[in-house]
Design a protein around this ligand. Structure first.
Ligand code: NAP
Length: 433
């Protein structure tokens, strides 16, 4: 099917949105796609979520940049759906709307004390060290000893690793300069990484877990007693990963060294309260055991002192007027939200998988769209959105503008640092003049 006259809006310029754009261009030649993002910078989670020392993962932006530069695609940055234009307006203007918002709200622990100063969700904490403009002012206090990172997924590993690395180890990263300075001066000698289930149930992937064993001023500490003989009865596809994790943890348990920072891996520890009066002073954990795959409390508790707590327990898609929600995702059936409205990525399936997971997922939704959009077309599309945004005084950032921001960030860096990100939206906009 060719699709001249067909116009599609994609809300969000992260991996799931851009894989969808790529699929739409292939399957619907002639289609016009407008990619809308509330930030002046594209690439969503790749820029703001992927750890700053994982530059290899971030290199995917080159491929996404090629997609953005293709005929028929426009970037409309600094345009917030819900503020500058509504979902309902987009539905009226475009033949289809693809919701690729990601999941950018921290799940809550739901325990007493979680709002105390010094407790941060991983979205904001990661955003802070990754130079996300929403969190430039977070300024977490790292001057007190002890940190607890709650969660046994890759984000929790990222946070521990970044807290533990030296300036030298972070030289090849694009960590926010203010965060680098605060982390280097920080007092987090003992970092506790806490999982509410056991070593086999942890959601770590081996490559990321293995990185903890190669830090110059920190080492992981594991009590061999908690490590089982084998991984037991796990899904066949997951077995090799679980076995590799167990092997790595055995290596950590056998290791020694006098590195000044230690990452204590606590398993079977569910947080039940954040302790402190004016600010966080520690975390109370309850020991757990497994029952039907779930962690259940044993009634035995213990406390860990900490001046910093980061909960890395997953994310939710923030509700947006005009979109039905189902828990932490946009309500959808295989990506179909409503006639002409589709969801992809974390907004569709929740926060799981790696960046390439989104490719197959977005392409499957594109296939549904191609079938649904047979005979569609004729909505006013981008020109009408431009008129609406101009009327509302929106300051739209084009892809060419983003390229100026990009060039200025790269120019501000000294080798081997790949870029120095602008801390605020105002600075980004100034770079486009
Ligand atoms: P995740 O992999 O889902 O891990 C979340 C962790 O939080 C789990 O250990 C979970 O334990 C725990 N948790 C949830 N609720 C909790 C509670 N109330 N109390 C204590 N613990 C709780 O999520 P993520 O780390 O945010 O990562 C999101 C996705 O991004 C994952 O697919 C991840 O692999 C991916 N990612 C990949 C990379 C990479 O490839 N380098 C880096 C970062 C993220 P239970 O298992 O017991 O629920």
């Amino acid at each position: 099917m060719t699709a001249p006259g067909l116009s599609i809006a994609v809300i969000g310029s992260g991996p799931s949105g851009l894989y969808a754009v790529d699929g739409l261009l292939r399957k619907l030649p002639g289609v016009r796609v407008d990619v809308i993002d509330r930030l002046p910078t594209p690439y969503g989670l790749v820029r703001g979520g992927v750890a700053p020392d994982h530059q290899g993962t971030k290199a995917i932006v080159r491929q996404f940049g090629r997609t953005m530069g293709k005929e028929g695609v426009r970037f409309l940055g600094n345009v917030e759906v819900g503020r500058d234009v509504s979902v309902d307006e987009l539905k009226g203007l475009y033949d289809a709307v693809v919701v690729a918002l990601g999941a950018y709200e921290d799940r809550r622990l739901g325990i007493p004390g979680e709002d105390l100063p010094g407790v941060h969700g991983s979205w904001s904490f990661v955003g802070w060290y990754n130079g996300h403009p929403d969190f430039a002012g977070l300024n977490p206090d790292l001057s007190r000893p002890g940190a607890v990172v709650i969660g046994n997924g890759n984000v929790a590993l990222d946070v521990c690793r970044i807290l533990a690395k030296t300036g030298g180890e972070l030289a090849l990263s694009d960590i926010a300069p203010a965060a680098l300075a605060a982390i280097q001066a920080g007092a987090q000698g003992d970092i506790f990484l806490a999982g509410r289930r056991g070593p086999v149930e942890a959601a770590f992937t081996p490559a990321e877990l293995g990185e903890l064993g190669h830090l110059s001023r920190a080492r992981p500490v594991v009590d061999a007693v908690v490590l089982p003989e084998g991984v037991g009865d796990v899904d066949g596809r997951e077995k090799p990963f679980k076995e590799k994790n167990l092997e790595l943890l055995r290596g950590f348990a056998a290791g020694d060294g006098d590195q000044p920072r230690r990452i204590h891996m606590l398993f079977w520890a569910a947080p039940v309260a954040i302790l402190g009066t004016d600010r966080v002073e520690g975390v109370r954990f309850e020991r757990t055991r497994l029952e039907g795959g779930r962690a259940v409390g044993t009634g035995e508790t213990f406390d860990v002192a900490a001046g910093l707590v980061v909960s890395a327990i997953g994310y939710r898609t923030a509700p947006l007027d005009g979109l039905p929600m189902d828990g932490g995702v946009v309500a959808n059936a295989d990506g179909r939200v409503a006639p002409g409205v589709y969801a992809v990525g974390w907004a569709k399936r929740g926060p799981s998988g790696t960046i390439p997971t989104n490719r197959a997922d977005s392409l499957a939704v594109v296939d549904l769209m191609v079938a649904d959009l047979e005979g569609a077309g004729g909505k006013p599309g981008g020109a009408a959105l431009d008129a609406l945004l101009a009327e509302r005084g929106a300051r739209v950032v084009s892809f060419a503008d983003w390229e100026k921001i990009d060039a200025a960030e790269v120019a501000a860096a000294t080798d081997p640092c790949p870029r120095v990100k602008f801390a605020t939206v105002a600075e980004m906009l100034a770079a486009t003049d």
